[in-house]
Write a protein that binds this ligand. Structure first.
Ligand SMILES: [Zn+2]
Length: 708
């Protein structure tokens, strides 16, 4: 609403010269009317405002008609014959200052002479189509436009709720207005089609993978609008739609779908969609990786990519300390670790099983042989495998913890027992000197056993272990937690190196490698969109922090840490060592093959090189990696469209993919329960500029047929 300067508006009315009180009031009313209806004043030009009531229920304007003629809706003749009675009509309008607005109109009735003579009803209510679009409608045109434009991105229920207190309108009316408007737009989209040159088509399933809920989305690629969303996704339907666009000559579509036939029938030059072309290639790579990677462990979890442990890759060591490989752990060493980590019997069993599993795996035994040796079932082994890194690293963590707390004897209570007898009563006591000396030098109880056995000891290794614990416990003075490791205690055993590399991480490595080659081949020209299919290049630490700070400038500290993660988290994350992907690639030839596949693919796409496309198809058609073979075969089957896609880069389906997501969003706003009609309505409207009734031919209103 345009705001008028009251004083200048009053000056324009010539108020200063007026003396008559009535005239004065009239002018004030006129000015206020202009302030409130900066747009609408013209629409009410045939009316005189006779009253405004403002109370808690809102504003009520009372208008009286001052027209002298009107057009007969039946015959179109202009009549000047007033009937001198009024028809009262109430319409609601856009809210003013958040309060409901109601207009009480006193319309004039006219008598139509031609209609009277031909025996039709002679009387008609004057035409107010400037205010309302149709007779009997209860809302003004302005309000209708507001409802339609608000209703696109809001469910009817939600909108009715939003309007509560300012616009009295039901959910059903909102739905009707939206559908009616979309009817006008769709009608125009599918009849006024001369300017449409390039079509793009895609299908959209209401429920994932359920083709019975499919609908066809047709997009005007040049104007960036959804032309129609039609129920069904078959070639007949597509043909019906395509034939409405006589000037269209190009069609962008998914590869090898039902629309291909329709496109051919309508003589459209078809372009396979580059978006899918690339996406399918990446799917092929993912599949090849998941099939071909050395440790192929499948569990249906998450997005289907499974974490797999790889022994022998870089360990997570904070300070570059010495490490040992899991598979080389000696029995003694394992036992020591079990004790240092204070594992329970069950935990120990699992720990040993994991180590054995990894060792057998390193020896190159097949899964079946591993199962046989370990006595595991397939699912047990897979589970064990997927937990391997956690188990090993968990034990290392516990050992770290143990050393961090080694000053605090209380942590050892667990293994000693509260009512344990003193070390003096132990059968190891006679050999105490030797035992403690060896233990001080780092010897484990197992190493000590044979030595004191020679001296006449007859007890078990465990007794020695218990004795060492007790002795240390008794001898050590009370030290606060976190104090230095007491002298004589053995140093921490070297860390066991095991690291987890996810297949997703390997996939990302493949993308990075492919993107790097691509950038260098094209002289860095592809730098800009290298990140398009690959993960974003990793920023250096300082820049990442800066970016994070910048991003959180608009939030208070507490909120910023919720939105973008606390800084502490970021620091913990960066501690994890990067796996040596090159070593992974070395071990798994499939990785390099995937990189090569992507480089070849991007080469012919980037350079629009048909010869290289042919080479690509020829090469991979007979390749020994099934996903690549299938992909190349697919390209060959849809050769012309693929060729067009590569040569004509301006046409692609990307937009209609984007619109597809938009349609899904619109569906979900309505809890996925909206029917085709409504989905078409909101979809078509959502890509238009702000809807205005004046841009479209009015639809002939079809009143509902009354039951006979
Ligand atoms: Zn008439």
């Amino acid at each position: 609403m345009q705001l008028y300067d009251l004083r200048s508006a009053l000056r324009e009315t010539g108020l200063g010269k007026m003396t008559n009180a009535d005239e004065y009031i009239d002018s004030i009313v006129l000015v206020i009317q202009n302030m409130l209806f900066s747009v609408d004043a013209r629409k009410f030009e045939n009316f005189k405002l006779i009253n405004i009531v403002s109370d808690e229920s809102g504003f009520t304007f009372t208008w009286e008609s001052k027209s002298t003629s009107s057009i007969c809706p039946r015959c179109g003749e202009t009549s000047h014959a007033e009937r001198h009675t009024y028809n009262k009509r109430v319409v609601i309008d856009e809210p003013i200052l958040g309060k409901p607005v109601m207009h009480c109109l006193r319309e004039k009735l006219y008598i139509c002479q031609p209609c009277k003579e031909s025996g039709r009803p002679e009387c008609f209510v004057e035409d107010i189509s400037g205010i309302c679009r149709r007779p009997y409608i209860k809302t003004t045109t302005n309000l209708d436009e507001k409802i339609v434009n608000d209703g696109i991105h809001r469910s009817a229920n939600g909108l009715a709720e939003d309007y509560r207190g300012s616009i009295k309108i039901s959910q059903g009316t909102i739905l009707n207005r939206v559908k009616e408007a979309s009817g006008m737009v769709t009608e125009k989209n599918l009849t006024d089609t001369d300017g449409v040159k390039i079509l793009s088509v895609d299908d959209n399933n209401a429920r994932k993978g359920s083709s019975s809920t499919a609908s066809t989305v047709v997009v005007d690629t040049e104007r960036h609008i959804i032309l129609v969303v039609a129920k069904g996704a078959d070639s007949e339907l597509a043909k019906t739609i395509f034939t409405r666009f006589p000037n269209a000559d190009k069609l962008s579509r998914d590869r090898a779908c039902a629309y291909s036939k329709a496109g051919n029938d309508c003589g459209l030059k078809q372009t396979a969609d580059l978006f899918h072309l690339v996406e399918n290639a990446h799917d092929a790579v993912k599949e090849a990786l998941s099939r071909g990677l050395d440790y192929n462990i499948y569990t249906k979890e998450g997005d289907g990519w499974v974490e797999l442990p790889l022994s022998g890759s870089l360990p997570e060591v904070p300070d570059g300390a010495e490490t040992v490989l899991v598979s080389t752990l000696a029995d003694d060493d394992i036992a020591l670790r079990v004790h240092l980590a204070s594992l329970s019997a069950r935990q120990e069993k699992k720990y040993r099983a994991v180590i054995e599993l990894l060792r057998l795996h390193d020896q190159g035994l097949s899964s079946k042989e591993v199962d046989k040796k370990l006595g595991t079932t397939q699912s047990e082994r897979i589970k064990l495998f997927s937990e391997a890194a956690d188990v090993i690293n968990g034990v290392e963590e516990k050992i770290d913890e143990h050393y961090a707390n080694s000053g605090n004897r209380k942590t050892r209570q667990k293994t000693i027992g509260k009512c344990a007898r003193p070390s003096k009563e132990s059968i190891v006591e006679p050999y105490g000197g030797v035992v403690m000396k060896m233990a001080g030098e780092g010897g484990s109880h197992r190493a000590i056993l044979p030595v004191i056995k020679d001296l006449g000891y007859t007890g078990s290794a465990n007794a020695i272990y218990q004795y060492i614990l007790k002795k240390r416990n008794e001898d050590a003075p009370e030290i606060e937690s976190g104090a230095a490791i007491p002298e004589g205690a053995p140093p921490r055993p070297a860390r066991v190196s095991i690291q987890r590399v996810t297949k997703t991480a390997v996939y990302k490595f493949v993308l990075r490698e492919a993107a790097a080659t691509r950038a260098s081949e094209t002289g860095g020209a592809a730098d800009g969109d290298a990140g398009r299919d690959g993960p974003a290049p990793e920023l250096p630490e300082s820049e990442r922090e800066k970016a994070q700070e910048k991003a959180s400038a608009f939030y208070s500290d507490g909120i910023a840490s919720i939105i973008s993660g606390s800084k502490k988290d970021a620091k913990v994350k960066k501690k994890a060592a990067k796996p040596d992907y090159n070593a992974v690639a070395e071990k798994n030839p499939i990785v390099r093959r995937c990189i090569e596949f992507l480089i070849c693919l991007h080469y012919f796409i980037d350079n629009a090189d048909i010869q290289r496309l042919d080479q690509f198809i020829a090469k991979y058609r007979i390749c020994d990696i099934p996903p690549f073979k299938r992909y190349a075969k697919g390209l060959g089957e849809d050769y012309d469209a693929v060729k067009n896609a590569i040569l004509d880069r301006d046409i692609n389906n990307g937009m209609s993919e984007g619109f597809n997501n938009k349609i899904k969003l619109l569906r979900r706003i309505r809890y996925g329960r909206a029917k085709e009609g409504l989905i078409n309505a909101v979809s078509v409207l959502s890509t238009q500029a702000r809807f205005r009734y004046s841009d479209y031919a009015p639809v002939k209103y079809k009143p509902r047929k009354q039951a006979a």
